[in-house]
Ligand binder design. Structure first.
Ligand code: GUN
Ligand code: ZN
Length: 375
């Protein structure tokens, strides 16, 4: 029996690809994988509320340590029994460690062995996010899966900095494991780094696998590198990481990448893309995206997607959404609901095809629809 509050039961393995369908049981709900996890900040998903997420059968979502650490802050979260209670979300939560957001969003961060130093965007004061502090905040938030603080280098950087970051990530993992106060209710995942260098990726995965953890993440990808290198690094990482523990590919959420990376053996994904693009008036469909702000939708009285069963597609037309897209925040909610429904349906279809032994046909159909032949 695992000593971690996570069990991972493989239900079906694709005979051709590395894809598999599993049941991951966490303290607040069971999760069918492969899974896409919508991303919230400030304890709520932008443009959607927890009951809408529950209606869409979302089983796990992301919260953000950095934002939550500032407001409402760990003390308040602790006093109300954690973020699940605070935000009224009874299902699973995963929190990222915060460093990646600092480095990628703020560009003001300085990384030392101690941690990530940055100027607070709230009041300009100097802050230091150490591995210990990140875990302390994540323990107060109380998510079912928490992430180690990692040293992330942009995937377009090469040279000694990539190797330094990979070794530092392992050292920070050990500090995180030591600081973790709630191993009986929260799973701490390490993160494979190593840039686009196969040797460094391999070494990173091997080092992390020597630690007693319930699952693994693959980080540092989908940040501007080419698809060829991106997929190679994923393929190499999943070849090394155990098949009987969940493999979480961080920051990946374009439909094509989800399909390909499921085939490469990843079980969990997250990305701000579907919710962010909704706020710009873009709706996800099987053939790509509809920019509902375009004039041509002003006279289009069809739903976003005739085959979508989401509450938006049941009631509202493209013409209506076009009209309100630029002026009403409610449009943001309506399109966000559809986009999250799209992502979750895509993952459900992937899982069903793996279970039925038809995942390879699924991939061909998906690609034919997404990239139709021009002639
Ligand atoms: N989100 C997307 N990529 C990463 C990564 O490499 N590390 C962390 N902590 N979060 C991420
Ligand atoms: Zn819809």
């Amino acid at each position: 029996m695992s000593r971690h509050p996570l069990t991972f039961q493989v239900l079906a393995q694709c005979k051709t690809t590395k894809a598999k369908c599993s049941l991951m049981t966490l303290p607040h709900h069971v999760v069918e994988t492969p899974v896409f996890m919508p991303v919230g900040t400030q304890g709520s998903l932008k443009g959607i509320i927890p009951e809408q997420l529950e209606q869409l059968n979302c089983q796990i979502m992301l919260g953000n340590t950095y934002h939550l650490g500032n407001r409402p802050g760990p003390d308040l979260l602790e006093s109300c029994g954690g973020l699940h209670n605070f935000m009224g979300w009874p299902r699973n939560l995963l929190t990222d460690s915060g460093g990646f957001q600092m480095v990628s969003l703020l560009d003001l961060a300085e990384i030392t062995e101690e941690g990530v130093k940055f100027k607070s965007p709230y009041d300009g004061s100097e802050c230091l996010l150490t591995p210990e502090r990140s875990i302390e905040i994540q323990n107060a938030i109380g998510a079912d899966i928490i992430m180690q603080l990692d040293d992330v280098v942009s995937s377009t950087v090469s040279g000694p900095r990539v190797e330094e970051a990979m070794h530092r990530t392992t050292r920070w993992l050990d500090r995180c494991l030591k600081a973790h106060k709630r191993p009986e209710s929260q799973n701490l995942f390490p993160i494979v780094q190593g840039g686009l260098d196969p040797k460094l990726r391999t070494e990173s995965a091997k080092q992390l696998m020597e630690r007693d953890v319930a699952g693994f993440a693959v980080g540092g990808l989908s940040g501007g590198e080419g698809k060829d290198q991106f997929w190679r690094m994923v393929h190499l990482s999943t070849d090394l990481l155990p098949n009987d523990k969940p493999r979480y590919l961080m920051g990946v959420g374009f439909a094509t990448d989800l399909v390909v990376c499921c085939a490469l053996g990843c079980d969990m994904f997250d990305c701000v893309f579907p919710t962010r693009t909704a706020r710009f008036g873009c709706a996800l469909v099987d053939s790509g995206q509809l920019n509902l702000k375009l004039k041509l939708f002003g006279q289009d009285f069809r739903p976003i997607d005739e085959n979508c069963d989401c509450s938006t597609c049941q009631r509202y037309t493209r013409a209506y959404l076009h009209t309100i897209a630029t002026i009403e925040t409610v449009a943001c909610n309506l399109i966000t609901v559809h986009n999250v429904a799209y992502q979750l349906r895509l993952m459900r279809n992937i899982r069903e095809s793996i279970m039925n032994g038809t995942f390879v046909e699924f991939i061909f159909n998906f690609m034919d629809t997404m990239y139709p032949k021009k002639d």
